[in-house]
Design a protein around this ligand. Structure first.
Ligand code: CUA
Length: 353
């Protein structure tokens, strides 16, 4: 075997492997597959995607096929005249390849514009849930203005009810030369529930999401927004009306004071007397700042660090020890907490259920 054919063979196998992994990524069982819609908005997008995809695939096969056919059929050969007849223009062909694409584009345009306007319409009715979403570097804040609830990174929604999101990006919490002080654009995307929408500083964008089945739907910031963009994840937790109301009631109730002498109480003292309270809100705890994520009922969350890590005692301890090791560039610094302090804070934060 010559080196040339070996290289060819390798290139062919590499091509097949790349194609296989590309096709593998299309599987509709993946948690962030747009091909597995779980709500009316995502379904509408999916219903538009398939006809457009097949039309595009048809055009691709026809055009590429014609190129390959022409390249082989009319390749240079001794049998053919070296000086073919020169022609210029062909009115019939030119009209044809202008009219056919125009028809195809018109066919695609009508449902596309219809879908865009449908999805942009603000839902009306008593059952609509309104949530203001604020993109921060690098986490999501969810404010349920009608319900008086604020949370972070886990958006609870009731099933079969439209959720109308007002999206904006936070002005920076820090001033000076810190890179985090630059207001940036994020993009909210929950592939199984809807399309993407940009989250822009100083501007409001809107979108509607709805889940038809209870469950957890993974979301992701879809616009590069800095060092930890890939760790700017979140979850939509869709639940029955009853479970959603329970969650709202819990979120609204002020946190109970931990029993005296307990490890939780030690953590509470550290939290409320230390630097934590300067940035984090816990509903029912006095004198707090609003820079970092709201930690009310933090013990109910399944994740931490904006959906990037599981909310376990070990991961939380690792986070408190040095947040920037887990999430590069995050605003929260390493406070040089002792092991005992971390233990007490973990106990307190996890008790907030
Ligand atoms: Cu926020 Cu990428």
């Amino acid at each position: 075997m010559t080196r040339g054919t070996r290289t060819h063979r390798r290139a062919r196998w590499a091509g097949i492997a790349a194609l296989a992994s590309l096709l593998g990524a299309c599987r509709d069982t993946l948690p962030q597959s747009t091909l597995n819609p779980a709500g009316p908005q995502a379904e509408q997008i999916n219903d538009l995607f398939f006809p457009v995809f097949w039309i595009a695939a048809g055009v691709f096969v026809f055009v590429e096929g014609a190129i390959v056919f022409a390249a082989f059929r009319y390749r240079a050969s001794k049998a053919r005249d070296a000086n073919p007849v020169q022609t210029h223009g062909n009115a019939k062909l030119e009209v044809l390849w202008t009219v056919i694409p125009t028809i195809i584009l018109a066919v695609i345009t009508v449902p596309t514009i219809g879908t865009i306007f449908d999805l942009a319409r603000e839902p009306v009715g008593d059952d609509v849930v309104h949530v203001r979403v604020v993109g921060h570097q690098w986490w999501w804040e969810f404010q349920y203005e009608d319900l008086g609830v604020v949370t972070a990174n886990e958006l609870h929604i009731p099933v079969d009810r439209p959720v109308y999101l007002t999206l904006t990006s936070a002005e920076p919490p820090l001033s000076g030369s810190d890179i985090n002080a630059i207001p940036v654009i994020h993009s909210l995307w929950v592939p199984r529930l809807g399309g993407k929408q940009d989250v822009i500083p100083g501007r409001e964008n809107y979108m509607t999401l709805e889940a038809s089945q209870p469950g957890e739907y993974l979301g992701q910031c879809a616009e590069f927004c800095g060092l930890s963009h890939s760790l700017m994840q979140f979850r939509v937790i869709a639940e029955d009306d009853g479970a959603f109301d329970d969650w709202v009631a819990k979120m609204k109730a002020p946190a109970a004071t931990p029993p005296p002498g307990s490890l939780e109480e030690e953590g509470f003292e550290l939290f409320s007397g230390g630097t934590c309270i300067g940035c984090h809100v816990i509903n029912g705890v006095e004198g707090q700042g609003r820079v970092g994520p709201d930690l009310s009922r933090f013990g109910l969350r399944t994740t931490l660090g904006a959906g990037s890590f599981e909310n376990t005692p070990a991961e939380l301890a690792r986070w408190l020890d040095d947040p920037r090791k887990m999430k590069p560039g995050v605003v929260m610094p390493d406070y040089d907490l002792t092991e005992d302090q971390i233990k007490a804070l973990v106990a307190y934060l996890r008790s907030l259920k």
